[in-house]
Design a protein around this ligand. Sequence first.
Ligand SMILES: Nc1ncnc2c1ncn2[C@@H]1O[C@H](COP(=O)(O)OP(=O)(O)OP(=O)(O)O)[C@@H](O)[C@H]1O
Ligand SMILES: [Mg+2]
Length: 268
Amino acid sequence: MDLPSGRPPPTIDGLGAASLKKLELARALATQPKLLLADESLNGLDHSEMDQAADMLGAGSRKEKGITIVWVEHIMGVLMRVVDRVVVLDHGEKIFDGAPQWHNPIRASSSLSRGGCGMMLELKSIDVGYGGFQALFDVTMNVEAGEAVAVIGSNGAGKTTLLRVISGLLAPTAGAMTMEGVDLIATAPHKIIETGIAHVPEGRRLFPRLSVEDNLRMALSSPPRGKRFAERLDYVYGLFPRLRSGAPSSPAPCPAASSRCVPSRARS
Ligand SMILES: Nc1ncnc2c1ncn2[C@@H]1O[C@H](COP(=O)(O)OP(=O)(O)OP(=O)(O)O)[C@@H](O)[C@H]1O
Ligand SMILES: [Mg+2]
């Protein structure tokens, strides 16, 4: 898109729901995380875009990018193509943890990697609540490097809460939690980012009055893991080419977007 010189780049206000979703994911991937926490990242995408996301987060692609995923999602078809393991929460308790054989026995016996590079994330007997309300009870969960783990469960089961605990937004009242041996409970949230954890939260945490590039820049304001900003930008535009132009992908954002676009904090 050619812009008259001196005119600022368009803000993301005019982007469609699918582009905003991609930007959320791009912002997290721009930090080249070791561990991606994705909370309902497929909402608003059409089938082909979901397929693209599944390809992008599939085993081969994950291995190439060195990414491990804990993925909360209601869209089971895509999840089951991508994940190695499923954790089911029910009323804040873990009631299942295992391979999704029942859904696709061929996939379960296939050569898709189950990490095998050592333990990355370890949660032991985690309790957490909001004020006097307990939302997670005695949750123990391990994630190996290279794995993709789906966290599923009905509304209110505690999936979002679990991701908030891992990224340090909520402090557990009991239990232990480490990322590659680093004690996450004793680590401040901004330092948790430096361990390589990126969180794509439920609901948008983008900056509606900034451009695509500036939203990505905000994500990269934390100490970089290796590459310079321009290289990171090329990397994410390679993953999401249409974001480069900042052009709207559909005529209007979803109605809920404006109220959900006010960031409480810049993360990813
Ligand atoms: N900020 C909050 N204050 C008080 N209670 C909360 C808060 N956020 C979540 N809860 C409660 O904690 C429990 C777990 O909520 P959580 O958002 O983790 O569920 P979820 O599995 O992500 O659900 P959904 O599928 O609807 O996103 C629910 O009973 C919810 O009402
Ligand atoms: Mg949730």
